[in-house]
Design a protein around this ligand. Structure first.
Ligand code: HEM
Length: 474
């Protein structure tokens, strides 16, 4: 923190809104920080700064600024900020929160290999995801077309894909311990960008106050780490060196091999942090995307009908979807892309920091500056999107109905630290969505339309809603 304070607004630092004494601009982030930041960029420019109560952050807005920094200056913008909250949570180790350097490289590589290897240990990964899709639609069927809140079911089904890779097993949908862990972990994803979290980063001594949401965050984290430690111990029983069964075995083998090497980034602690990060990064995001997708299908029956028509013509009612069918389903692809664009699952990305002093668009940004990537502002960038405030899958189709990639589409961010799970997430979203819509028609309970206002946090999720999944007659 001392380093962050010292580097406050040097000459040539990007300008920003006037701060209130002591707490700076923290209060402005209370409601919809991504929307506030986009509005500020219209006043101060695509690159501007915020005072977060004694330390400054640079905010990048719009596709051009984000590409300039994350892509063209990839090495410079690839660190994570040493904020007191992150230091306390993961000591800047693990994977997602790790400082840019050898430890991060090794952990990212190990996780990437596990996705490839354990995903397809006995069967191709898409086959395994399809098995989970079947459990998922059968569980939906148990509601017999009556209203239900899909949140828990989607969370359980989605988390099982990362569970297969990390633990080599899926958990049944009635596993309360695991569910409780995910619940409090995702509560922390919300709390991590609350006013209290920003206050803690600015004034770490508030740790000693007996009240405040940051205390809840610490308590939750302690419970999550305790649970993960136990479960890691259980799943590593029977480990045989050189025959890893899952990510945990692989990690522990690496840890054993590096015993005695003082510089090794592998440790039991970093294993717990990485497992936690993979579980939450993989579950929270994909779950929220699918929950939004369900909501928008029920809200726009004409769009849902087009999805049904495409599914019927490519798959019929019997054949299960496979990744090979993706190319023949441009409309489904367009819908999923529009959900990711419009709903902004991770609106501000994950906070970055600079690895060295740099110059961008004439501004000086010193080493160690916290950088916020406003991904929402990319997806609502008027330079690249026509009428961005309208939900329209057609923007991803050409006049012949073929799917077209769009440049200013960055739900998984960009550059060296872009989402590690993008490929996995795309597979999951396609297979869960198509399996579900092949079997069901989604509609709101008669006379109800749920709120479209997102619940705020590091991720944006819909407020709890009820939906009816009615079996289709084809
Ligand atoms: C990082 C989005 C699914 C693992 C990120 C970042 C975003 C993101 C915006 C921040 C990158 C940055 O620093 O700029 C998403 C979305 C998903 C998704 C929208 C689903 C729709 C997944 C899945 C996994 C995963 C399924 C793994 C199981 C990670 C990891 C990082 C990350 C490990 C940190 C990468 C690093 O620091 O090197 N994701 N993600 N994500 N994501 Fe995802």
């Amino acid at each position: 923190i001392r380093q962050l304070v010292k580097q406050r607004r040097p000459r040539g630092f990007p300008p920003g809104p006037s701060p209130i004494p002591v707490i700076g601009n923290i209060m402005s982030l209370a409601t919809e920080p991504h929307v506030f930041m986009k509005k500020q960029s219209e006043i101060h420019g695509q690159i501007f700064s915020l005072d977060l109560g004694g330390y400054s952050a640079v905010v990048l807005n719009g596709y051009d600024a984000i590409r300039e920094c994350l892509y063209h200056q990839g090495d410079v913008f690839s660190d994570r900020p040493s904020l007191p909250l992150f230091m306390k949570m993961t000591k800047m180790g693990g994977l997602l929160n790790a400082k840019f350097g050898n430890g991060w490289i090794e952990h990212r590589q190990l996780a990437r290999n596990s996705f490839r290897y354990f995903g397809s240990f006995q069967k191709p990964l898409d086959q395994k995801i399809l098995e989970e899709c079947m459990f998922f639609v059968d569980a939906i069927d148990e509601h017999k077309g009556k209203p239900f809140n899909p949140k828990h079911l989607v969370t359980n089904a989605v988390s099982n894909i990362t569970n297969l890779i990390i633990f080599g097993e899926r958990f049944t949908y009635d596993n309360c311990d695991f569910q409780h862990m995910i619940e409090i972990f995702s509560e922390n994803v919300e709390l991590a960008v609350s006013g209290w979290a920003f206050l803690y980063n600015a004034f770490p001594w508030i740790e000693y106050l007996p009240f405040g949401k940051h205390q809840k965050l610490f308590r939750n984290a302690a419970k999550v780490y305790n649970f993960l430690e136990q479960i890691i111990r259980r799943f590593s029983e029977g480990r045989v060196c050189n025959f890893p069964r899952h990510y945990i075995d692989d990690y522990l083998n690496k840890l054993d091999k590096s015993a005695g090497d003082l510089g090794t980034p592998y440790s039991r602690e970093n294993l717990i942090y990485s497992v936690g990060e993979l579980i939450i990064a993989g579950t929270e995001t994909t779950t929220n995307t699918l929950r939004w997708a369900m909501l928008y299908m029920a809200l726009y029956p004409n769009i849902q009908e087009k999805v049904h028509m495409e599914l019927d013509s490519v798959l019929g009612s019997e054949k299960s979807p496979s990744l090979a069918d993706k190319k023949r389903m441009p409309y489904v692809e367009a819908v999923l892309h529009e959900v990711l664009r419009f709903c902004n699952i991770v609106p501000l990305g994950i906070f970055r920091a600079t690895t060295q002093d740099t110059l961008v668009s004439g501004y000086n940004i010193p080493k160690g500056t916290m950088v916020i990537t406003n991904l929402y502002s990319v997806h609502f960038d008027e330079k690249y999107w026509c009428d961005p405030g309208t939900f329209s899958p057609h923007r991803f189709l050409d006049s012949n109905g073929n799917f077209v990639r769009r440049e200013a589409f960055l739900p998984f961010s960009l550059g060296k630290r872009h989402c590690l799970g993008e490929h996995l997430a795309r597979m999951e979203m396609f297979l869960f969505f198509t399996t579900m819509l092949q079997r069901f028609h989604l509609q709101f309970p008669p006379g109800t339309v749920p709120s479209l206002t997102p619940k705020l946090g590091m991720t944006l999720q819909p407020l709890p809603y009820s939906i009816c999944a009615v079996r289709r007659q084809q």
